[in-house]
Design a protein. Structure first.
Length: 259
């Protein structure tokens, strides 16, 4: 009897299935400082165990939604001054980035100052009494500001009829900006300082101090006016930089003319 040898049956490859690559690290691409009211998109890139990279498109979270919110897809909306940690989770790995949200002072601001106090000395003695209606009165003011850097602010402002040259300052940790500028008209020097905060997008509050003094040849003395900002909001118009013969300068000059 002849026995035939049959070939063995093959069941296919015995190699184990290839495991999908994992993320060894994730890099978040997001600025360190963002301005309130200006939305940005957070992106991230994962370095994979196979040596390749992969864009991360979902899995974003914010730990301080009152400061900034972020969608699952990474659309970040900065809301208020403060710090927030942004987290993204993908491919079994998590990454975080701490960022600062700062108020946005860019643009043209308009409103009024409400005078809270007025004190005059020397050759200006009696000015506040002579203009008794100044306490509690409202006068127009304007500010044009720019952000040459996220926390840097520069600009110009008007106090009634008086225009002041460019100032430069920085947004402080609590969101406020403090700045000052000097203007002269006739024999009077005006030193004005602001302390304001944009506590919500497009609206600011704060105080202004004005100090008016005369040239030495006129006489010693000064007027100091403290005011609070009211209805101070951002608009889209260009600031009026003209100096007219209007109320503030006119009142000071007229008072000196009586001396």
């Amino acid at each position: 009897m002849v026995l035939a040898t049959l070939p063995a049956c093959s069941g296919g490859s015995s190699d184990p299935p290839t495991a999908p690559p994992t993320a060894t690290s994730i890099t978040i691409n997001l600025r360190d400082v963002v301005l309130a009211g200006i939305s940005v998109v957070a992106t991230a890139t994962a370095a994979l165990s196979n040596g390749q990279t992969q864009a991360i498109t979902t899995g974003w979270r914010s730990d301080a939604p009152a400061v900034a919110t972020i969608t699952d897809a990474g659309n970040l909306t900065p809301l208020a001054n403060g710090e927030v940690t942004i987290t993204v989770t993908a491919l079994g790995t998590q990454a975080t980035k701490r960022i600062r949200v700062a108020p946005n002072y860019d643009g043209r601001w308009q409103g009024v100052q409400v005078v809270a106090a007025c004190n005059a000395t020397g050759i200006f003695a009696g000015f506040c009494e002579d203009n008794a209606e100044v306490i509690g009165a409202s006068f127009p003011i304007s500010l044009t500001a720019r952000h040459p850097g996220e926390l840097a602010v520069s600009g110009e402002f008007n106090i009634e009829d008086l225009a002041f040259p460019t100032f430069s300052t920085q947004v402080e940790s609590d969101g406020r900006i403090r700045f000052s500028s000097v203007a002269t008209f006739d024999e009077i020097r005006a030193d004005v300082s602001w302390n304001i905060t944009a506590s919500e997008v497009g609206r600011a509050s704060g105080t202004i101090r004005e100090r008016y003094s005369a040239a030495a040849l006129v006489g010693a003395g000064e007027v100091v006016i403290d005011s609070n900002l009211a209805a101070f909001v951002r608009s889209g118009a260009d600031a009026d930089r003209s100096i007219s013969s209007g109320s503030r300068g006119m009142r000071l000059r007229a008072f000196l003319g009586k001396r």
